[in-house]
Design a protein around this ligand. Sequence first.
Ligand code: NI
Length: 138
Amino acid sequence: MSNIIRFGVSLEKDLIAEFDRYLKDNGYTSRCEGIRDLIREELVKREWRVGQRVAGAISLVYNHHRRELINRLTDTQHDFHENIISSQHIHLDDDNCLEVIVVKGKSKEVQKLHRALRAVKGVKHTAFTMTTTGKKIP
Ligand code: NI
């Protein structure tokens, strides 16, 4: 027996037309696949909101000549060592470094780590990818 359940959805014409444009722009070939992804997207957002165990990546760009900044970034990462799975350091040019920190754990803790890193004086930019461990997302 299939584990697929079909259900009907009634939507306004304008809304479905806009949704179809969204699907086309994003390369979907079926409404089903687009709806599945939107549902997963919301379920992952919910994991973060309600404080479940999550996964993610924090990217930082900074100038490595600022020694105090390096020390603070390192101290902060040691404070959160239980949430950090790995980190990668890329020398972008003579001055700039890109660091990508892969994180896992309770959403509140991981968000606290991101805020602490972002607040370090001299960090030029951070990007935060908030994703899932995948355990509760079919
Ligand atoms: Ni570097």
